[in-house]
Design a protein around this ligand. Structure first.
Ligand SMILES: *[C@@H]1O[C@H](CO)[C@@H](O)[C@H](O)[C@H]1NC(C)=O
Length: 356
């Protein structure tokens, strides 16, 4: 919770006031008598936040709304302290985001320089986050502190993204947790959370290899129960091996790539290319060879559809199909993979990524 709250918890002892943890002001000192709106009996501090999850995309600016008021209304504004923090998720520690006392603001860690308290209307203490990062998704708490009172609300921020299973060139079940994190990063993605994998399963993801998730558990999503994938006896679902040893155990990984600002395209080129020639061809076009996460995001959010397999930065060859048709792979939309072909083979084109 940080120093701010600790300080507040100590306050009652210091000032000799009774400590109330409830909703109401009730310190019993001359309620309503004298100046301003001292501490009244029965005045309630109410914090309002949106109930629905906010969806946004990477690189966007987003405002997490938070408003407070008193019931009954007060005539004179009272000084309050505001604290925004991000809840711990998947074993990550909770993070202070911003505290504000009067006009003084302070932001913390990765949020420095990217967050701002919006106070356009009376009682508004919304948090604006600029240039959203992949790690920013999660639940945020807005806390309003008035003297001994302390009320808060929660809002959930989700980035639009796509979950994809990833195997490195060495093959199946080669990655410990740390290597899995790195593998996703190299694809311009992060290790998926359980919630992200679960949503992908609801949307039809079916994968028979187990992969790491953000909380260092290992799971796999099955929509069609079948013999080699845990058998027919188990219902469809996300199946879990539970938490695994981060260093000693090795699996595949589920990565999460967020919607892109940039553009992925299939490079028109007269000949097929080796992997080295493919990298060079994108560079000559003023761009870079695309990463796996970028291809998935372009397929999912920009409807990228191309029947030609192309090299990607990790040395795999794939193609994205948004509208399945004859002679273009399986009847389901998806990103088809040719695995990791011999880098010298001149059998593929290339997908490039243009940053915006
Ligand atoms: C976000 O806000 C900053 C500063 O106000 C602005 O420069 C930037 O263009 C905005 N980004 C988007 C994606 O709107």
């Amino acid at each position: 919770m940080g120093l701010l709250l600790l300080g507040l918890l100590l306050l009652p002892c210091v000032s000799g006031l009774p400590f109330y943890n409830g909703f109401y002001y009730s310190n019993g000192r001359n309620p309503g008598n004298g100046h301003g709106q001292g501490l009244f009996n029965g005045v309630k501090l109410v914090v309002e936040m949106p109930e629905e999850t906010l969806f946004t995309h990477r690189g966007a600016n987003v405002t997490l709304p938070c408003h407070y008021h008193y019931e009954p209304a007060l005539f004179t504004p009272r000084p309050v302290r505001i604290k925004w923090w991000k809840l711990s998720e998947n074993g990550a520690p909770e993070q202070d985001v911003l505290v504000a006392i009067g006009l003084r603001h302070r932001s913390f860690g990765d949020y420095q320089g990217r967050v701002h308290l919006r106070q356009d209307k009376e009682g508004e203490v919304s948090l604006e986050i600029r240039d959203l990062r992949l790690e920013d998704y999660g639940r945020y708490r807005c806390e309003v502190i008035d003297g001994l009172e302390d009320e808060s609300g929660l809002v959930e921020l989700e980035l639009r993204g796509v979950v994809f299973p990833y195997q490195p060139p060495q093959g199946r079940y080669q990655l410990n947790f740390h290597e899995a994190q790195q593998a996703c990063e190299e694809q311009d993605a992060v290790v998926a959370s359980f919630e992200q994998l679960f949503r992908a399963w609801e949307e039809g993801l079916d994968w028979c290899n187990a992969g790491w998730l953000q909380d260092a558990s290992v799971q796999y999503p099955i929509t069609l129960p079948r013999q080699p994938c845990g058998g027919l006896g188990l219902a469809p679902g996300v199946r879990s091996y539970g938490p695994r040893h981060r260093r000693l155990h090795r699996y595949d990984v589920f990565c999460f790539a967020a919607a892109l600002k940039g553009q992925v395209y299939y490079l028109e080129h007269p000949e097929k290319l080796t992997l080295t020639e493919a990298r060079e061809a994108c560079r000559e076009d003023g761009t870079q060879i695309a990463k796996v996460g970028q291809l998935f995001a372009a397929w999912k959010f920009h409807g990228l559809d191309h029947c030609n397999a192309g090299w990607l930065a990790d040395g795999s060859a794939r193609y994205p199909v948004a509208h399945p048709r004859p002679n273009c792979g399986s009847p389901e939309p998806g990103v088809r993979s040719f695995g990791f072909p011999d880098p010298q083979s001149r059998s593929y084109g290339v997908y490039c990524y243009r940053q915006r």
